[in-house]
Design a protein around this ligand. Structure first.
Ligand code: DGY
Length: 337
């Protein structure tokens, strides 16, 4: 190798993939250190396009829309890290990524409060029928103030909130509920420490008790194959007819067809949904329900938090490409110091 070639290869910028649109300043910073293949058109890449791009790069910034599995990694000979811009990583086949010797990271913590705020907003909107009321007014149905003939909701204050999934976001929701004087019960794979239960004012119950006792049931658990349809017709049948169901977790945790039937039959009072099976498609029967508040997966959607998520994903990617341990590495066994 001559000197010129050596210099060129030494100074070569690592090539990375930015699989979705990110903030222009973040992209500009990346371009200073990396050769960037970026998808600023923001159209989700086809599996073929993703596989091809992953075959060309050393690092990739991806989101929940990109499925990273053995097929996606088929040509990824130089890939060191897939950095998810998301705390949930059910789009990752972690065993396949690990088997390929590739690091996987996510973005915990930076979105906890924003997502807990949103969970509470969705709960309030659902219980107090805010979007339904707005449609009612816009449709010219508000003829006069009435004690009974306008949309009447359910109270939050001094009611029982049931939280399924008591990780960071679940605990954030519990702490907000305390401010409303709510009775907080929860169910989780593992019980919280006594200190954490105290900080959240939360009482551990079985899943069945949670379903039976909650006036408002909030789902915050991660999606796994075992959690598929955790809430379906049999679970909804245990809930109070006056209860609300809030899903800010992941599509697939709720059986959306069963939920639509239950909402239409008045088996529960209302639902607030930020995530859907097969999103961005929403089950057509859900769209027919008036007792539902729908949002387009915006739990972490404030500009400040989305910037923080992108920044943390970039930090993970940079660390991996510099031979350092990414701060939020998922498959720690892959990292070799
Ligand atoms: C997350 O971070 O998991 C959000 O739901 C965005 O996918």
């Amino acid at each position: 190798m001559n000197t010129q070639t050596k210099l060129t290869s030494h100074n070569r910028k690592p090539k990375i993939l930015v699989a979705r649109a990110i903030f222009p300043e973040a992209l500009a910073k990346l371009k200073a250190s990396f050769e960037v293949i970026s998808n600023q058109a923001d159209q989700v890449l086809t599996p073929q396009a993703l596989q091809k791009a992953l075959g060309e790069v050393e690092g990739a910034l991806v989101t929940g829309s990109e499925r990273i599995d053995a097929a996606a990694l088929a040509h990824a000979k130089n890939l060191k890290i897939v950095a998810n811009i998301s705390v949930g990583y059910n789009n990752f086949d972690v065993p396949a990524i690990t088997a390929a010797g590739i690091m996987a990271s996510n973005t915990p913590d930076v979105l906890t409060d924003t997502t807990a705020d949103f969970g509470f907003a969705l709960l309030m909107a659902t219980a107090r029928r805010i979007t339904e009321s707005e449609r009612w007014v816009r449709d010219g149905k508000w003829a006069q103030w009435s004690i009974v003939h306008n949309p009447l909701g359910m109270d939050l204050h001094h009611s029982t909130i049931g939280i399924l999934g008591m990780g960071r976001i679940g605990q954030g929701i519990a702490k907000r509920a305390l401010g409303f004087g709510m009775n907080v019960i929860y169910h989780n794979r593992s019980r919280l420490s006594v200190e954490d239960e105290k900080a959240c004012g939360a009482t551990y119950v079985s899943k069945e008790e949670l379903l039976r006792l909650a006036d408002h049931l909030v789902l915050v658990l991660p999606y796994t194959a075992q959690n598929h349809h955790t809430i379906g017709a049999p679970e909804i049948a245990l809930m109070k007819p006056t209860a609300t169901l809030i899903n800010i977790a992941r599509g697939g945790i709720v059986d959306d067809a069963a939920l639509a039937q239950a909402l239409q039959a008045g088996k529960i009072f209302a639902a607030g949904l930020d995530v859907f099976e097969g999103e961005p498609t929403v089950h057509p029967e859900l769209l027919k329900c008036s007792n539902i508040v729908i949002a387009p997966h915006i739990g972490s959607g404030t500009e400040k938090t989305r910037r923080a998520m992108v920044d943390l994903a970039i930090e993970n990617l940079r660390a991996a490409l510099q031979g350092k341990r990414p701060p939020s590495l998922i498959n720690t066994e892959v990292f070799k110091a």
